[in-house]
Design a protein around this ligand. Structure first.
Ligand SMILES: Nc1nonc1C(=O)NCc1ccc(Cl)cc1
Length: 254
């Protein structure tokens, strides 16, 4: 999958390029991340990418011209990487609190794209005419305001890369499917057997995989019911999960 990020701080993206699963996806050439700096598309001596806002007010606004040239170049490079250049296959995504809130479901569908071009804003905002002309999708991490779009862009790329095929190996399915089903994750334990006077739940040491799977599901149910009743309301169990729920209901009735 091809990612182009438009940002005045390209160095920030070393965070996902140089470490962990996202870094490995790049070395294994499953993922390409290119950073394009709008400053490289300016024509004046000061390499201006921001100006005072029309209508007055505090701060600066990012100018349309350098961003439009950077996005045009990103589109060219995306097509050279084999991306089909339309909104359904390689959208221009703008990270902002005004966008649609990111969820695991939308991450899963975005993993099907050939690529994406992610626009990272700074200052007070980006000239609206640039957004109108180029942006296919506005995405928000949540209702809080950061100093720029770079961290949101890295969160988006990290979550999408994690859902690409052959990235997470075979252990992905277990923990991943549970959350995608709309339940919170179960607790996890590892060595040593005892920590701070607390042991590990016996069932996890039993080697009884069916009981372990049922116990983990019951923990997910309990956590989701207590911490996220909204998710619990929306939850639709699989056939196996419905069987476990029935058994759980019986057990709690006794
Ligand atoms: N919450 C969020 N979810 O996605 N992005 C955010 C966010 O706060 N961006 C900060 C931001 C975005 C655009 C500009 Cl021009 C300046 C700062």
């Amino acid at each position: 999958m091809y990612f182009a990020v438009i940002s005045i701080f390209p160095e920030m993206f070393a965070t996902i390029r140089d470490f962990g699963i996202t870094g490995r996806a790049i070395t294994q050439e499953q993922v390409t991340i290119e950073c394009l700096n709008p400053r490289d598309y300016t024509t004046d001596n000061y390499r201006r990418i921001d100006e005072r806002p029309y209508g007055g007010g505090p701060g600066m606004v990012m100018m349309a011209e350098p961003l439009s040239k950077a996005i045009d170049d990103a589109r060219l490079r995306a097509s050279q990487h084999g991306c089909r250049m339309d909104a359904a296959h390689c959208p221009v995504i703008y990270m902002s609190p005004q966008g649609q809130t990111l969820s695991e479901n939308s991450v899963v569908s975005m993993a099907d794209y050939d690529g994406m071009i992610i626009l990272c804003g700074r200052y007070e905002g980006i000239d609206e005419r640039l957004l109108a002309q180029y942006v296919d999708m506005e995405v928000s991490l949540g209702d809080y305001v950061l100093t720029g779009g770079e961290l949101p862009a890295m969160v988006l790329m990290d979550s999408v890369i994690r859902r690409l095929p052959d990235i997470m190996g075979d252990d992905k399915s277990a923990e991943q499917d549970s959350f995608v089903d709309g339940l919170l994750d179960c607790p996890h334990y590892t060595k040593p057997h005892e920590f701070a006077g607390m042991a590990v739940p016996e069932v996890l040491l039993s080697g009884h995989h069916a009981n372990i799977a049922e116990w983990r599901f019951s923990q997910q149910v309990e956590r989701t019911q207590t911490r996220r009743p909204d998710l619990w309301q929306a939850f639709s169990p699989s056939v196996q999960q419905a069987k476990w729920l029935k058994a759980l209901a019986k057990a709690t009735k006794k």
